[in-house]
Structures are given as structure tokens and as C-alpha cells.
Design a protein around this ligand. Structure first.
Ligand code: ZN
Length: 428
């Protein structure tokens, strides 16, 4: 389809979704009461997680499903990969930024998501061919649970049990030695997971304990930094790529060979906006996005606020894909805010510490407004810590902030539930 054709299709889907939501969701019916007859997207009031969560039952378009029933369903681990009432897959967000949100997908929503994945996730066509030729074994390293990553795999395996030899998820929290052993036996053609988890596996591969040769390494869930991409490429030899996804929107963007995240524009609408939800122009950093998922009818996300900062682009990309593309900034890491009113971007902290020789991994946790705990992983922790601390002190001083930095007693920690990793953890 032409770009204009895809946009027209998205527009039609939006009208249908809004009509459906008004008819079947008391929340949206009430929210859209005063809407003019000929409305534009910008006339629809944005929605946010706290408001929607507070009226969960009213939000859903199926009156036979309740928050209570959903909570009971995901409280039972044996329901992993099953459909609630035979109709809905239930996912939860990681809750690393506040309370976890429960998200229902009906089978159509799931099918759309799978189809987009099959058709668009490979940046290079030859990798898809090689994946099929080499036996299609897919291993991923996600947190086990009702999360989009591992939950989708559990669903596929329940529907197609014969795929057990071809597809497996390893819980990111399992001991690394067990993970290495299982991967050495399974020999995946495709390896998926969060960049932070795969980074640890790259170290195992470099050390000669892990020996796999995946054709493609598909990362997601966190920002893939350039240095991690290089590290994974060097260790595994396969093509490393990423996507832009969240539970509320599914896989919203796929990455192309030019490392641009192209929007699945006929199923997902993304508006780059400032703090007050006003549009920001192409090429400038947004404060957040408004997300509209045109594929989810049971739990509509229409102009839903997500606190990812992005830069939207409509200029042509050399890869041949005509869909708009975007760049994301420092996902998952927090901005540090100090008593002096100064705000420090996580990427700036990262840029400072990556210069410290011998520092393998770090995590900076804000304990109080101007008290930071630095956790490090290093061969010679005492020396490395001293260097890192001095660099940080200088950096904060230059930025007009006086902080106390204390040495963390523990190593950098992943989020206990989601298994995701943050380098910079701000005060809640
Ligand atoms: Zn492109």
C-alpha cells in the first residue's frame, strides 16, 4: 500500500475503534460525551494509566470480565499461555515504573501482533531465509510470568505443542551457569531478550563457556545502546537488531538496516507531544508519546500517555520502507532530579561512567534527593569505585549539584519482578 493508503486505513480503523469504545466501554462513553460530531484525533481527550486503572471494569468493552477475575487468573501460574474464559490472553506490565497494569488481548489482537512480527521483524530479508534454513530454533531470555515476551511464547507453545523443540524461554533470573548449559544444548538460530540480559550472555560467550552461533539476535524491552549492540555482534557474530514495544501497544516499531524504528502505522498511532500533550514538530525530542493501539478492541488504548521520549521523523529512509520512523531516548532509566532543581539525564551519567577502565557494570540509585548509591561490578572493585566516584562527583559539581555518593554493598540488581535492568534509578 502507499503511505496515503495506509494512513487512510489507520484513520478508518480509528473511527471504528472509537465508535466501538463509545458503545461498549462506559469509561470511554462518558469521556467522549461532549465530542463534536465531526471529530479529529486531537479532539479526543488523552487518557493515562492511573485514571484507566482506577476504572478498570468500566474501561473494558466486555462487561463479562472484571478486574477481580483477571487478578485471580494471573494469580495462578498454571494459567500461563492460557486464554481467560477461552477468549483473552492476559498480560501484565513490569511495574518497574509504578504499579503493574493488566492488559487483555483478544485472539485477533494476538494474531495481528504475530503477523506483524513475522512479516516485519527482520531488518534483512536474508536473515529470515537463514532462520528458516537453519532450523528455526528460537531461544529467548525474558522474565517468566504474564509478561508480553514470555507470555506470548507460552501461548504459542500451548497452541502448538509440537514447537517445543523449536522455541523456548529461559527465565532471565535463572543462574547463569544453567542458562549457558541449556543454550549450549539448544543451539538457537534466533536469540531474543533484554539487552542487559543478553550482555551477560555475551560475556559468557567471550569467556568460552557459551558457544552458540545465532543468525539473528533480537533485543527488546529496553533501549539497545550502541556499545551493547557492538558487544553482542562481536560475541555472537549474528545480526543484532531491536524493536520498540510495550504491553499496551505490542510491537509498535520494527528496526530497519539503517537502525531506524519504523512505525506499524496502519495498526499503531504515535503522537510525539510535550508535557501538556501538545504536538512537537518532527526532529525534536518529545516529553512523552500518546499511543493509540488500533488492534485492541477489548481494552482500548486511545491517546494513552506513555513517558517515553522520542523524536519522530517523516523524511524518507534509504531502506525502502516508507513508514515514518522514530528514535527513542534512554528508555527504562530514570531522570535524576536534585534539590537544586537540576535534572540530569540518565544517558549523561552513563556517558561519564563508561570511560572508567575496568568498570563492567554499574547502577546508580538515588536514595535521597542528594544522596546516591553507586553499585558496581568490576574485577578490582575498590580502585574502580574510587575512580568512578571521583568522575561522578566532578560531573555533578560541574552541573551545579552537590551530592553525597556512597558505595553500594550489593552488585547492580535487576528489577526483582520484571528482570529488567536500569542503570539509573531515580527517587519515586
Ligand atoms: Zn528504514
Amino acid at each position: 500500500m502507499t503511505p496515503a493508503g495506509r494512513q487512510k486505513l489507520a484513520e478508518e480503523r480509528l473511527r471504528k475503534l472509537v465508535a466501538y469504545a463509545r458503545q461498549n466501554s462506559p469509561y470511554y462513553s462518558n469521556l467522549y460525551k461532549g465530542l463534536p460530531e465531526k471529530w479529529e484525533l486531537s479532539d479526543l481527550p488523552p487518557v493515562n494509566k492511573p485514571d484507566l486503572m482506577a476504572s478498570f471494569d468500566q474501561w473494558l468493552t466486555d462487561r463479562s470480565v472484571s478486574e477481580e477475575e483477571t487478578a485471580l487468573f494471573i494469580g495462578d501460574k498454571s494459567n500461563m499461555g492460557k486464554c481467560m474464559n477461552g477468549r483473552y490472553l492476559v498480560f501484565t506490565t513490569s511495574g518497574s515504573t509504578g504499579f503493574p497494569l493488566t492488559v487483555l488481548y483478544d485472539k485477533t489482537c494476538m494474531n495481528i501482533s504475530s503477523a506483524l512480527s513475522v512479516i516485519r521483524s527482520y531488518a534483512r530479508k536474508e536473515d529470515l531465509a537463514a532462520f528458516i534454513m537453519n532450523g528455526k530454533r528460537t531461544a529467548s531470555v525474558f522474565a517468566e510470568g504474564f509478561y508480553l515476551g514470555s507470555g506470548s511464547i507460552a501461548y504459542q507453545l500451548r497452541r502448538m505443542p509440537w514447537k517445543k523443540g523449536l522455541m523456548k524461554n529461559l527465565d532471565v533470573r535463572m543462574p547463569i551457569t544453567d542458562m549457558v548449559e541449556q543454550l549450549n544444548r539448544f543451539l538457537p538460530v534466533m536469540l531474543g531478550g533484554y539487552p542487559s540480559g543478553l550482555e551477560l550472555l555475551a560475556e559468557e560467550q567471550e569467556a568460552g563457556r557459551l558457544h552458540i552461533a545465532p543468525t539473528v539476535i533480537m533485543t527488546g524491552g529496553e533501549l539497545l545502546r550502541d556499545d551493547v549492540r557492538e558487544k553482542l555482534t562481536k560475541a555472537f557474530g549474528g545480526f543484532v537488531q531491536t524493536n520498540y514495544s510495550c504491553t499496551e501497544g505490542g510491537i509498535m516499531c520494527h528496526e530497519c538496516v539503517n537502525r531506524h524504528l519504523h512505525l506499524n502505522e496502519e495498526w499503531i498511532m504515535i503522537e510525539a507531544v510535550d508535557e501538556e500533550n501538545r504536538p512537537v514538530p518532527d526532529g525534536t525530542m518529545s516529553a512523552k508519546i500518546l499511543l493509540t493501539n488500533l488492534a485492541n478492541k477489548v481494552q482500548p488504548f486511545i491517546r494513552y500517555e506513555v513517558t517515553d521520549r522520542i523524536v519522530m521523523h517523516h523524511e524518507t529512509c534509504g531502506c525502502g520502507c516508507q513508514a515514518p520512523w522514530l528514535e527513542i531516548e534512554g528508555r527504562r532509566d530514570d531522570i535524576l532530579q536534585f534539590e537544586e532543581g537540576v535534572r540530569i539525564q540518565p544517558l549523561a551519567v552513563y556517558a561519564q561512567l563508561k570511560e572508567v577502565p575496568g568498570l563492567k557494570r554499574f547502577q546508580l540509585v538515588q536514595k535521597e534527593r542528594n544522596l546516591l548509591e553507586l553499585r558496581i561490578l568490576a574485577g578490582d572493585p575498590r580502585t574502580v569505585y574510587q575512580k568512578a566516584e571521583r568522575i561522578l562527583q566532578d560531573f555533578f559539581m560541574t552541573n551545579g549539584v552537590r551530592v553525597a555518593i556512597i558505595a553500594g554493598e550489593e552488585l547492580p540488581q535487576i528489577h526483582p519482578k520484571s528482570g529488567k535492568f536500569k542503570h539509573v534509578v531515580g527517587l519515586k
